[in-house]
Design a protein around this ligand. Structure first.
Ligand code: ATP
Ligand code: MG
Length: 444
């Protein structure tokens, strides 16, 4: 009953949202407050249970090691469930990337059960169970922020920043608390190893059927708690081909600036997930649509907005398409290619400007300065590990050498350890219309 009320409260917010239009984005928050989650959190509510006969998840599709962990936890008397992306993906007949496990066992109890286990994370401890090179991640059910605020308000350090970002999130809770603190409804489904049922606290099965991405709770508040959820919305929409529910979509247009608070190292991880999802072309289009690209790749965004002939835009789409194709064909990919493509036009713009404004400018120096400046500016938002920025430089600085077609220079270029990457890059430039000669054919 209470679970249904909560789902109703969520739907109520959406309904009001639809009726009143996007200008009243505060209304769902109000409704959320009226049906305040924390007042429900104190009670166990009944989830919707989908028995084995009524869903398509089979143990044949679950990784053997994840199954071993689930069964061992269960035999020791703990609850053990798959959660998140793996349950979602199996219900959609996708192959999951990894299998995360949720349990009521505390990390130390998990460690005692598995010899091959390491606890990681200072603020929130997770157990990693090792099987050769494979890691199965086991997380104890986490409590919600509301519960912490009401029951544990004695700690001197702040749990939230001024913008509402969650800085600490380290309280254990019930499975229901755990479900409600997840990001999207479709990511809050559990598969229970005890009876092979799917457990749904948040109305996720409906959203799976409707192919809708919906944030749990009040969207603006949830984005403020963790602005990366906006990037996750884009990624899941692109990867799953889902639409973002209007109430979850609208705040993205206004809250993109909060990404400025996210550490560059975390943004780097998220960018790889976005552009190496196999749907990089769609991710780029969505990031531009929601006005998020400027908070990740400001220089690229400006270059795309000032691209009258569309050459850079074509080049970038083809580059990302080639990455998508390589992923579909299970071929290796490198972040260096992504960054060299995204920042190519910003770099050449800087180079051209410096060549045109300074008489007798040394071309090598101008190129070097332009590469340094563009990479430096990018790294203030999104860190690029040095091992990749070195390759970006190689790819860029080899480009002018494709104009030499005689003698030893040809041999030297062919022998360069980054020849292949630079050649692919040059052909993309050629196909996008940036090069007017026959360099691609000649070198091919
Ligand atoms: P993928 O297929 O990309 O791995 P995923 O849904 O498994 O997708 P993960 O980043 O592996 O994504 O996270 C695992 C689960 O943890 C998610 O399904 C979600 O329930 C929860 N989660 C992850 N990031 C957040 C977040 N920023 N806020 C709330 N919950 C999150
Ligand atoms: Mg995952």
């Amino acid at each position: 009953m209470l679970a249904s009320l909560r789902v109703l409260a969520r739907r109520g917010g959406d309904l009001l949202f639809a009726v009143t239009g996007f200008c009243c984005a505060k209304i769902p928050r109000l409704v959320n407050r009226l049906f305040n989650r924390s007042s429900f959190d104190r009670h166990m509510t009944n989830p919707v249970l989908i028995p084995r006969a009524e869903h398509c998840i089979s143990r044949d599709n679950i990784d053997d090691n994840a199954l071993k962990v689930l069964y061992r936890l269960q035999r020791a008397g703990y609850r053990a469930l798959l959660v998140g992306g793996s349950v979602r993906d199996m219900l959609l007949n996708h192959v999951p990337k990894d299998f995360d496990i949720a349990t009521d066992a505390h990390p130390e109890q998990v460690k005692r059960l598995f010899g091959n286990c390491r606890l990681i994370g200072r603020r929130f401890r997770l157990a990693h169970v090792f099987y050769g090179r494979e890691i199965v991640e086991v997380a104890t059910f986490r409590g919600s922020q509301d519960v912490q605020d009401d029951e544990d308000d004695t700690s001197p350090d702040h749990r939230q920043s001024e913008s509402g970002r969650i800085l600490r999130d380290n309280v254990y809770g019930s499975i229901e608390d755990d479900a409600w603190r997840r990001d999207f409804t479709i990511n809050a489904l559990y598969y229970d190893i005890a009876d092979y049922s799917v457990v749904d606290y948040v109305g996720a099965m409906d959203d799976i059927k409707q192919r809708v991405l919906r944030l749990i709770g009040d969207p603006a508040t949830r984005y403020r708690e963790d602005p990366v959820r906006m990037l996750r919305a884009v990624r899941f929409a692109a990867k799953l081909g889902f639409s973002i529910h209007p109430a979850s979509e609208q705040p993205i247009y206004e809250l993109g600036h909060l990404l400025a608070d996210i550490p560059p190292a975390r943004l780097y991880e998220e960018i790889l997930k976005l552009f190496h999802s196999g749907q990089a072309v769609t991710c780029l289009a969505l990031l531009r649509q929601y006005g998020l690209l400027k908070y990740l790749f400001a220089q690229t965004d400006r270059a795309l907005n000032n691209d009258p002939q569309g050459i850079f835009s074509t080049f970038l789409q083809q580059a990302l398409h080639s990455t998508d194709v390589r992923i579909a064909e299970d071929k290796p990919i490198t972040p260096a290619f992504l960054f060299s493509a995204m920042l190519w036009r910003p770099m050449t713009l800087l180079y051209e400007r410096s060549m045109s404004t300074q008489a007798e400018q040394d071309t090598g120096m101008a190129l070097n300065d332009a590469m340094n400046d563009v990479l430096h500016i990018q790294c203030t938002r999104v860190s690029i590990p040095r091992r990749f920025s070195m390759v970006v430089r190689d790819i860029w600085s080899l480009q002018h050498r494709f104009t030499y077609r005689h003698g030893r220079r040809v041999q030297l270029l062919l022998q360069h350890h980054k020849f292949r990457a630079a050649y692919d890059f040059m052909c993309l430039r050629s196909h996008a219309g940036e090069l007017t000669d026959d360099s691609c054919e000649w070198w091919t």
